[in-house]
Structure formats: C-alpha cells, structure tokens
Design a protein around this ligand. Structure first.
Ligand code: SAM
Length: 387
C-alpha cells in the first residue's frame, strides 16, 4: 500500500490484484495533476462530477465528498475502488460501465477522462458522454504526456468541441475541451458487428481487437476443428469456461461445434471487462438466440477461482491478455493458468493460444506437469494442458 499526497488530504491506495513485487503505483502523475487543478479551480458545492477510467480509485477517494459517478469497466478496478475507499474510511461507491451512462439523468458539471490506451475506446467514451455535457461542463482529459497524441486532441475536437492542453507537469498533461452545440460529430461508430467462423460478434470500442478477429484467436479457431475431442466423455453436459471471453467468439465457436456433434454444454463466460461481457451477451443472442439464457453464465470477475467451483469443469479455453494497462507482463496469464488448474476436473483440459515468445509452454508445464502442442507456426502456439 502507498500514500498519495493530495491537496484534498492523503489517500492510502493499493492496486488489485496486489502483487508481491509490485513495481506500479495505484495512481499516476496525471491523477496528481487533476487533483492539483481541481484544488486551484475548485468545483462548486453539489457539482455533479463523473470520473471515467479512474483505474484504482485515486480520484474517487480524493474527491469522495463530491459523490462522484465512477466509470470503470474492470472488475479488478471496481474491487480496488471499493477497497481503497474502505481503507480511507470513505463511504462505498459503485463503479459503472460507460454503457450505463445513458441512464444518467442529471447533466454533468465536470467530467475527468483518463485517456485510455485505445483510440477507439476514447471515441466511444466521448460519443457516450456528449449527450450529458453542456457549455458549462468542465471537460478534462488526463494522461502522461507521452500518451497524448495529436489524434487524441483531434478526437476531443471532433466529438466535443474546441480543445487545448496544459503544459506538462511531472511528465503529465491535462486536456481541456469545451462543448460545442453546433458541432455534428456524426454517429458513434461503436459498437460494430462482424461475423466470422459462423459467429456474429458485437464489439465495443474498448473491447479486445474490436475491428476484426485477432490473429491469435484466428489461429486457435482455425486449428480446433471440433471441441468435443478435447473433453472427457462423462455422459453429462460438457462444462466449459471461455476465460477472458472478450466478444464471446471462442465460447460461441465451441457451442456451435458441440451442438453439431450432438453434445450438450454449459458455459461460463468470464471477463474482467464489463464492455467485453456486454458484447459477449449480444454476440450470443445474435448467433444462438435463446441459448445463453439457459446454458451460459456471464461472469464479471478477474479471478476464475472466485466464480467457478473447484474441480467442476471439463474444458477451459483462453487467449490470455499479456498486458495490464499499458504495461506488458504475464501476471494475468499466470493467475489464469493456476485458477484453471483448480477449477478443472481430473482429466479436464486447459487450451491456450499465445505468441510463441511468451513461453506459455514452460509456464503450463510448471502448473500442470505435462503440455501438448496442438498446433504451431512461426508466431503462435496452441497448447493443451491436462489436469
Ligand atoms: C486477448 S483478449 C481475448 C478475448 C477473446 N477471448 C478473443 O480471443 O478474442 C483477453 C481478454 O481477457 C480479459 N481479461 C483481462 N484480465 C482478465 C482477468 N484477470 N480475468 C478474466 N479476463 C480478463 C480482457 O478483458 C480481454 O477480453
């Protein structure tokens, strides 16, 4: 745990998941800049403030007295915000998805947008914010200076209105945008719908590979021609986990195969991102209407072991994320592999696709003992580890 010295008082903060040798803080210099700015130019009493992308609740905790609306897609992030508020004996705040914003009835007086890594997510966020802001709304973007590009400013200019930036402080910058009524930003291009491998997917701007099928996922789907040979025959419905389900494509492809082979199934679609789960639900409804209601549990969580029983599953399939925020690392993959080992029944399998250089083979061997290579090319490997 570390302490953020804020002009609104010190705040104790930790990330979720907490790691033993955690090199990263639960806030960045852009959060500090936002707080200094709001201390210099205070919000009016009762001002309605919305915080978008406040990763671990640094802003929510410091600004708690304003009762902010917190927008955070990550289940780990929502847990961090709740825990950090508790740590500072502040009252709980629920985290919402940007998709929930349309239910917001009061106009917003101030919105802080932490600039997301993906430009398409920023486009989606600003389109969804636009109906809730007005000429008096203080619209503030914040990021480390190296993450603010000309295209970032152009996105604000084209969707919100005239935009300028601050000078850099501690390598962070703020963006100030003013709502322009006369601007016609066009329709939000997100979500998109595209079909491949018999599956119709929905994709939000902040989802994984929203513009088309990821090459790693394609490698997995092209090399598994039937899912039924991956599961032990028990005579019971196949229990499968689509781990890090994204738009739901892997689970849906498995469901199509299993249905064609006459097998029954129950699937847990698990993802840390609320945007991913919303997309996956729509993809299921578009591809196999009416099936998800009875056979799929959509679970918004960052730890599989917290939402699926031990030794209950025949098959876990995953294309693991290899970065947290903007930081590349294999922590999440490790968590996924160890959790998968716990939830699999003896004889059950974990199937993993990944870039060759990520060396998942060695990691899986450590957790499972044995690993088979189902397919490989210069860039990707598709591995099966049996419990
Ligand atoms: C590489 S993408 C794969 C998405 C999809 N399965 C596909 O192949 O197109 C990884 C997914 O894992 C999700 N994710 C990240 N951390 C996670 C965690 N701790 N638990 C579950 N899902 C997570 C991300 O939100 C993302 O949707």
């Amino acid at each position: 745990m570390q302490t953020l010295e804020s002009p609104f008082g010190d705040v104790a903060l930790a990330r979720v998941p907490e790691r033993k040798k955690q090199p990263l803080r639960a806030w960045d210099a852009a959060d500090e800049f936002v707080l200094r700015h709001l201390a210099d130019e205070p919000l009016a009493d009762g001002a309605r403030i919305v915080l978008v992308g406040d990763a671990f609740g640094a802003l929510a905790c410091a600004l708690r007295e304003h009762d902010p609306v917190v927008v955070n897609e990550s289940a780990a992030g929502a847990q961090a915000i709740a825990e950090n508020l508790g740590r500072n004996t502040l009252k709980y705040l629920e985290a919402y998805s940007i998709l929930d914003l349309e239910t917001l009835t009061d106009p917003i007086d101030c919105v802080v947008v932490k600039i997301p890594k993906s430009g398409s997510q920023l486009v989606d966020i600003l389109h969804r914010l636009r109906p809730h802001v007005h000429a008096e709304t203080r619209i503030i973007g914040a990021a480390m200076a190296k993450h603010i590009h000309t295209s970032t400013l152009e996105t604000f200019e084209s969707i919100i209105g005239p935009t300028k930036t601050s000078l850099a402080e501690k390598k962070a910058r703020l963006i100030f945008s003013t709502f322009d009524y006369a601007l016609s930003p066009g329709k939000n291009p997100w979500p998109t719908v595209w079909s491949t491998h018999g599956v119709t997917t929905t994709n939000h701007g902040g989802g994984f590979s929203p513009s088309g099928l990821d090459v790693g996922t394609r490698f997995l789907l092209d090399n598994i021609t039937t899912f039924s040979h991956l599961v032990p025959e028990t005579g019971e419905p196949v229990r499968m986990v689509d781990l890090g389900c994204g738009n739901g494509i892997i689970g849906l492809r498995a469901a199509l195969h299993l249905t064609a082979s006459g097998a029954n199934f129950l699937i847990d679609a698990v993802d840390d991102s609320a945007l991913a789960l919303a997309a996956a639900e729509t993809s299921w409804e578009a591809t196999l209407p009416g099936i998800a209601e009875e056979r799929v549990a959509f679970r918004h969580h960052h730890r599989l072991i917290e939402v699926v029983d031990k030794r209950s599953v025949d098959l876990v399939v995953v294309n693991p994320p290899f970065h947290e925020d903007r930081v590349v690392g294999d922590h999440t993959a490790w968590d996924m592999f160890t959790d998968a080992h716990k939830v699999l029944r003896p004889g059950g399998s974990l199937v993993v696709v990944g870039n060759r250089h990520l060396a998942y083979h060695a990691k899986l061997k450590k957790v499972f003992g044995m690993v088979d290579t189902l397919a490989s090319n210069k860039k990707f490997v598709l591995l099966q580890a049996r419990r």
